[in-house]
Design a protein around this ligand. Structure first.
Ligand SMILES: C[C@@H](N)C(=O)N[C@H](C)C(=O)O
Ligand SMILES: [Zn+2]
Length: 236
C-alpha cells in the first residue's frame, strides 16, 4: 500500500521534521490513509518525546557500514517490497554510537551489516495487520508504535570480509530460534551474537530479548514517533 498524499510529501513532512513534531503533524494524514484500506488507527503521539528529530543517513555517516535493507526487496517476512529505496537513517546519537560499534567490530575482524533503521509508522501498521496473532511478539503494535518509528532502533548483524556471519537464526525468523535465550544454535553462531551484543550494549544500546538482531537506543523515549516516508526524510 502506498498512500503518500502529494501535498504532504515535501512541505508538511519537511516542516514537521524541522520543528520536531513529525508525529503530531502527520496524525491526520495517517488516519486518513489507513481508513481507505481497513481499520482506521491514528498514529500515536507521545507527549513525553521532546527531542527534535535529527536523522542522519547511515551510509553517508559512516561509509564503513554495509547494508542489506531487506524491506526494500521482496526478500522479507512480508514477501514484498515495503520501502521504495534501500535507505537507512537514524537519530544522530544512534549513528554516533553505531560508528563506535563498527570500530569495535573492525578491531575484531568484523563489520556491521545493517538490515533496518528508521521505519515509518505506516509500515509498522502494515506489518502488524498482516502478521498472524501468534507471531505478533516479533512486531511492534502500531497503537504504541515501534522504536524504529522514532529512528532509535537498529536491526543488524555482522559480516566478515563481506560475507554474512552465521547467527542463531535467519533475520526476521519469527520462531524461538531468534530468542537471545536460545542456546540450541551452533556455538559459533551464539558466540557471534553475544559478541555483537557486547559491543552494542557497551555503546548504549538495549538488546531486545526475542530478536537477536534488534537493538534500541537507550534514550529512545526522547524522540517522537514519525511517519515520514523514507524517500522524504531530510537527513544529514
Ligand atoms: C519486524 C522486526 N524486524 C522488528 O523490528 N520487530 C520489532 C519488535 C519492531 O517492530 O519494533
Ligand atoms: Zn527491529
Amino acid at each position: 500500500m502506498h498512500c503518500y498524499p502529494a501535498a504532504a510529501k515535501i512541505g508538511l513532512t519537511r516542516r514537521a521534521m524541522l520543528r520536531g513534531i513529525g508525529g503530531a503533524a502527520l496524525t491526520g494524514l495517517v488516519a486518513g490513509c489507513a481508513g481507505r484500506g481497513g481499520a482506521s488507527l491514528a498514529m500515536p503521539v507521545d507527549p513525553a518525546a521532546t527531542a527534535r528529530p535529527d536523522l542522519v543517513d547511515l551510509a553517508r555517516f559512516d561509509p564503513r557500514l554495509r547494508f542489506d535493507i531487506r524491506y526494500a526487496t521482496p526478500a522479507n517476512f512480508m514477501g514484498r517490497v515495503l520501502y521504495p529505496l534501500p535507505r537507512a537513517v537514524a537519530q544522530r546519537p544512534v549513528a554516533e554510537a553505531l560508528v563506535r560499534v563498527q570500530t569495535h567490530a573492525e578491531a575484531a575482524g568484523y563489520g556491521l551489516l545493517i538490515f533496518d533503521a528508521y521505519r515509518p509508522w505506516r509500515i509498522t501498521k502494515m506489518m502488524w495487520d498482516e502478521t498472524p496473532p501468534d507471531k505478533r511478539e516479533f512486531v511492534a503494535d502500531p497503537a504504541s508504535g515501534s522504536r524504529h518509528n522514532r529512528g532509535c532502533s537498529l536491526d543488524l548483524s555482522l559480516h566478515r570480509d563481506g560475507a554474512e556471519v552465521a547467527m542463531p537464526s535467519p533475520y526476521d525468523d519469527f520462531t524461538p530460534a531468534a530468542y537471545r535465550s536460545n542456546t540450541a544454535a551452533p556455538p559459533e553462531a551464539l558466540a557471534a551474537s553475544r559478541m555483537l551484543e557486547g559491543w552494542m550494549v557497551a555503546e548504549g544500546f538495549v538488546p531486545l530479548a526475542n530478536e537477536w538482531w534488534h537493538y534500541d537506543w537507550a534514550d529512545w523515549r526522547l524522540y517522537p514517533i514519525m511517519d515520514v516516508p523514507l524517500e522524504d526524510v531530510t537527513a544529514g
